[in-house]
Design a protein. Structure first.
Length: 142
């Protein structure tokens, strides 16, 4: 008999699927009930693939960037999304603190990020600083 991947989510309504029957291949014994699925079974294929790359590269973001051909911010975003999907806090908790310009330059000096990634991250710093200055000038908090 063919084995299928545990879907995790209902294809009709998107609700959570539950395993309700287990069977022994050796003695044909069956057990019915409501069984908790593994934490990773409900991940979509893209997140599962990212998790596998993350583990294979021992969490080295630089190596993950290289293997996937994506930028540092993309890897961090994928990691944040994976944490959310696994139930580790809400979006505000998993959002990584934006590195300062000094931290970005230090990462670049240590070759932890590429120059293209550093430019992208520095651009984000400038954008965030401009947004904060605008808020402050308009009576908001800095």
């Amino acid at each position: 008999m063919a084995e299928y991947q545990y879907p995790g989510r209902c294809m009709v309504c998107g609700g959570t699927m539950h395993v309700t029957r287990l069977k022994c291949d050796t003695c044909e014994s069956e057990l019915t009930g409501r069984f908790a699925p593994c934490r990773f079974c409900s991940l979509d294929p893209e997140m599962l693939a990212f998790l596998e790359v993350f583990i294979k590269n021992r969490g080295s973001i630089k190596d993950i960037e290289r293997e996937l051909g994506v930028s540092y911010p993309t890897v961090r975003g994928n990691l944040d999304n994976l944490l959310l999907a696994l139930g580790y806090g809400d979006k505000a908790q998993t959002q990584t603190r934006k590195p300062s310009k000094k931290e970005i330059l230090n990462q670049l000096a240590k070759k932890e990020i590429s120059s293209a990634d550093a430019l992208e991250m520095l651009g984000e710093c400038d954008k965030n600083q401009s947004d904060n200055e605008s808020d402050f000038l308009n009576g908001g908090e800095p």
